[in-house]
Design a binder for this molecule. Sequence first.
Ligand code: SF4
Length: 329
Amino acid sequence: MSNYQLQIEEIIEKIKEIDAHIVGLQFPEGLKIRATMVAKQIEDETGAIAVISGDPCFGACDVSDVDMKGMVDILVHFGHTPLPLEYEVPVLFLEAQFQLDVTSVINEALILLKDYKKIGLVTTTQHLQFLDEVTEILKNEGKNVVLKEGRGTRKAQVLGCNFSAIEDLSVDAFLYLGSGDFHPLGIKLSTHKPVIIADPYRNEVRTIDQFADRILRIRFAKITRAREAGRFGVIVSSKKGQQRMELAQSLRKMLQKKGKEAYIILLDDVSPELLMPFTDLDAFIITACPRIAIDDANMYKKPLLTPDELLIVLDEKKWEDYRIDEIRY
Ligand code: SF4
């Protein structure tokens, strides 16, 4: 974790400027280990009281502004850039930048990129500062590098489930700088182009193909099982940035038109334990975070489908057009 750079001086300056007495702090799961250290520094240097949000946080869609309303003067949210949402308290978004030499992992990625000329470069918030350097390396190897801003994102930035920075990009392949498989999977399924992952955490280069095949097989099996279902739960999130009530209502209507029963279920965090009491339902549709259905698929005994997957079940969409669900703001 020491490789993350948190701009604490900026927070301290802001707290002094607005004379904040109570400061909310919210960290993504991977940065919570730094929470008490940051709180101590803030309290020592400003005299303000820090309140750390202990709830899980996976994105800027899940800011604890509602919980902290009336409690804090300012909320500092680490690790994500803001979404176009209205927040209930002043929120300072601070990116946590990963400090590392990415040269070797990019040079290694060039081996897998050797057959491609036009490269779409993509990354997540914590690696945006490397884009110029990576572009330079690729250009020096004769590559044509393409980067695009998305809706509410910076150039080349995939933000949570917002893949708009890669939409309609005419490239031969994508180079994804970052960790994890969800984002490269989303790029692969949206574009059907080769996706090479340069992972600076593991210092490892790989393609997403094997993982994508495995996920598609799992999703296909879940969709097939859900075709047998007669009673559905349509999950709506109470998290402001994940709430898609209109979508839930329209999916419910579609299910009813096809002679199925459907019930809307409101949840904050979604887990297998919370769905377990609904023993009379055969399958669930999740309009909350799309990662839950993909990342946690094996934890759910009954099919837990994304909205698009339900459309496939209902023969309103073709399996060939399968792509990752995206919450649009
Ligand atoms: S809803 Fe989208 S932005 Fe929010 S945690 Fe899930 S994937 Fe990330």
